[in-house]
Design a protein around this ligand. Structure first.
Ligand code: SF4
Length: 148
């Protein structure tokens, strides 16, 4: 077993992708979950910006058309097993970017996330609560563990 495989099997690496929201969810995730308060690293949950190291992809925002292809490319670059968490009202159903009829305006928005890539866990909120994102990550763990 290579050192990389050994490390991957013993830790969860989370990659965060912003797809056009207001950044409120990103701030909650990066500044709270990986801060000393929640200290996700004590559970061997690490943040990475490299899709080839990631196990879990957390997606925020409604997925603008501009971000659709990059999101797919990042998802494809993550090795199996992998799980996606859609985080926040925008990622789940367009959030504040929906139009008044309740539909996401198709000329601007390609999302929600589950229209573009498979989603294992959905975390509601505007912004998301850090503890709910951690619960989403825990809910996705069986997918990762079963496949390892
Ligand atoms: S769900 Fe709310 S806080 Fe999160 S990106 Fe959308 S508007 Fe911002």
């Amino acid at each position: 077993m290579s050192l990389k495989s050994y490390s991957r099997a013993r830790a969860v690496h989370v990659m965060l992708v912003y797809t056009g929201g207001c950044n409120g969810c990103d701030i909650e995730i990066v500044n709270s979950i990986f801060s000393p308060k929640y200290d996700a690293e004590q559970y061997k949950i690490f943040l990475t910006w490299n899709p080839r190291e990631a196990d879990v992809l957390v997606v925020t925002g409604p997925v603008t058309k501009h971000n659709e292809k990059p999101l797919k490319a990042i998802y494809d670059a993550i090795p199996e097993p992998k799980a996606v968490i859609a985080a926040g009202a925008c990622a789940l159903m367009g959030g504040v970017y929906k139009n008044i009829h309740g539909d996401i305006p198709s000329e601007e928005i390609a999302g929600p996330v589950d229209k573009i890539i498979p989603v294992a866990a959905k975390v509601p909120g505007c912004a998301v609560r850090p503890e709910d994102v951690l619960a989403g990550a825990v809910a996705a763990l069986p997918l990762l563990l079963e496949a390892k």
